[in-house]
Design a protein around this ligand. Sequence first.
Ligand code: GLY
Ligand code: MN
Ligand code: MN
Length: 423
Amino acid sequence: MIEESEYVKRREKLAKSLRSNSIAIILSASAKIRSNDTEYPFRQDSNFYYLTGFKEDNAALVIVRAKKAYESYLFVQEKDKEQELWHGKRLGVKRAKKCFHVDALFGSSEFESKIEKFFTKSHYLYYDFKGESKHQDFLQKKAKELLALYDIAPFIERMRLVKSPAEIELIKKALQITKEAHHRAIQKSPALAFEYELQAEIEYAFKKRGAYSDAYTSIVACGNGANTLHYIANDKKLRKDALILIDAGCEYEYYASDITRTIPVSKKFTKAQRELYSLVLDVEKEIISMIKPDILRSKLQSRAEELLCQGLVNLGILKGEAKELLRKKKHKKYYPHGIGHWMGLDVHDACPYKDAAGKEISLQDGMVLTIEPGIYIDKNDTSVPKRYRGIGIRIEDDILVTCSGHENLSADIVKEIKDIEML
Ligand code: GLY
Ligand code: MN
Ligand code: MN
């Protein structure tokens, strides 16, 4: 649970980073149509949520910065009996006044008229024009009256890089649930016939424990399906002799988890599967062990590529001298993606990888990232020994950078061969 006092501090920090005589407008997400007149479940915009913790749509946060002082205002949708009958209760302006420590609270219907007034005092506008909003045309038009326009998103996303203790607690909670889901999948897989059945078992575990949603569409890929990196069809039969790659994580109170385990459908790894799996696991563990403050993500990437390339040579999958193959990027065919990404309110947390000067941001205490090496060998790749074809393996954990090094937040989700087989 994140207290209102923490949101107040975030708004204050953002306000202080704005120019004098400016206005910042951060809008909530808008409902999205799924088909005809039915909507997807509403999910708040991550930046808006980071600054308010408010989960309703048709809302806006406005910060008006004078020379030094600033004021913050929140717009929330008004109570409306007819709308609430269909879509559920709204907080409403009166109750919102008690929940949010802002300088003033207004109904959303007042948004454009209030903004007109604030604009007369402002020279600069901070706004996220990527978002979709019914106020887009109005704001585009108004922006032309000002001296300059800035994208607000990078200011917020930089703040989101380092997680607070309360945020880390929520990520840990998400991971507890995700752990149960993955362990359930490992136990259930020998008795199931289709990928989607396994997906259902995982998502049952998410919902059963009160996770709002998955943090991304679960990937449940048996055999060669795992070689499609974002495979989400999840509609194939589970082949008894194959591996299943399960990349699934729940979202808990808006915080993501992102875990991949690769397990045998039946109870045991074959020898070839074991060889490839051990390579990926050893690399994953070594890269995690390197994590500490000041190290660069690119260093983790290059070391992972080096180790995977050497491993592919050792298994006879790549032929030649490892250094030369690495230089020619021959390993990319079997490991085509990044070593990991920031994780938080978004599974691929929308935080920057470079600072304002274009320099890579090093890892610091409080940042959370995934580590996810993999090897993917297409079933039709005749250049590879036959026994390895059609195997895709990824192992992914979620790591907190700490002042003394790191904490693997998903350390108790099994990944050793013997532990998977035993479970
Ligand atoms: N689940 C998507 C990813 O691992 O990045
Ligand atoms: Mn990931
Ligand atoms: Mn993942």
